[in-house]
Write a protein that binds this ligand. Structure first.
Ligand code: NI
Length: 258
């Protein structure tokens, strides 16, 4: 299985990171995409990749909640990195109007800039939306070309939102929220073809049942796969196979063609 969105490089794992990685590998999660947050997280993210190069695949990007007064310098780091070495995606990027609307204009501009950068480098994007879905999908549609692909990470929307995403050719990242009964997400995803879905944990956040409320980790991807399979009335194996294939293709995880 592939965890298409996990932050195992953050400080929440500094005590037991190797054990967390081993539990993921033992659970059959052998490839993990690492979305960046901002300039301060790049070093730790790349250190994790360096330690386990077959298992971790870094992305570069500026997270919307890190967009502030210094966004110019922050974007310089993103640009410098993307020219300097191989990345597997541009992320995580997007718009978040839940925590703070102060920098809404900057968030929009930085999001668009990063979509354009992704197209130039032919990299998929990992998109974060919070109280911003309409704006985000509008900007994606304005920038949409054959070279723009990606994931709406942590999809929690309604069926209409799923259809709007499918129209763009983007995938939906299914995470821990699908295991929450009151979320209605399992019901929404019931009729969405697996071809449009990838799995993710967003560790250390958004922990699935039965560990809801605790720290999340990539080995818990199995609970997400199980809930998605149950919702769709198919086998876990089928969920694993198709979502793995979707992620491999989208993020081009075959390192041989670097
Ligand atoms: Ni994230």
């Amino acid at each position: 299985m592939i965890d298409t969105h996990t932050h195992l490089y953050v400080k929440e794992f500094e005590q037991d990171r190797d054990e967390v990685v081993n539990r993921a590998l033992n659970a059959g999660v052998d490839k993990m995409l690492l979305p960046n947050i901002d300039a301060s997280s790049v070093e730790n993210m790349l250190a994790l990749e360096k330690k386990y190069p077959e298992h971790f695949f870094p992305m570069i990007g500026l997270h919307p909640t890190s967009v502030g007064d210094d966004f110019d310098e922050q974007m310089e780091v993103v640009t410098k990195q993307i020219f300097q070495r191989k990345y597997y995606g541009v992320g995580e990027i997007g718009i978040d109007l839940y925590w703070d609307k102060t920098f809404e204009g900057e968030q929009r501009a930085v999001f668009r800039t990063q979509l354009i950068l992704a197209k130039e480098f032919r990299l998929p994007v990992s998109i974060h939306t919070r109280e911003s879905f309409d704006i985000v999908i509008q900007i994606v549609n304005e920038e949409l070309t054959d070279d723009l692909k990606g994931v709406f990470h942590c999809f929690t929307g309604a069926k209409e939102d799923a259809y709007r995403i499918m129209d763009t050719g983007f995938k939906m990242g299914v995470g821990g929220i699908v295991t929450f009964k009151n979320s209605g997400l399992a019901e929404t995803l019931k009729d969405i073809p697996l071809e449009h879905l990838v799995l993710e944990t967003d560790a250390p956040w958004l922990t699935p049942v039965p560990y809801r409320g605790k720290r999340n980790e990539s080995s818990y991807l199995i609970y997400i796969a199980e809930h998605l399979a149950a919702a769709k009335g198919i086998t876990v194996k089928e969920v694993e196979e198709i979502t793995t294939e979707n992620a491999e293709k989208l993020f081009r995880l075959d390192r041989d063609d670097d």
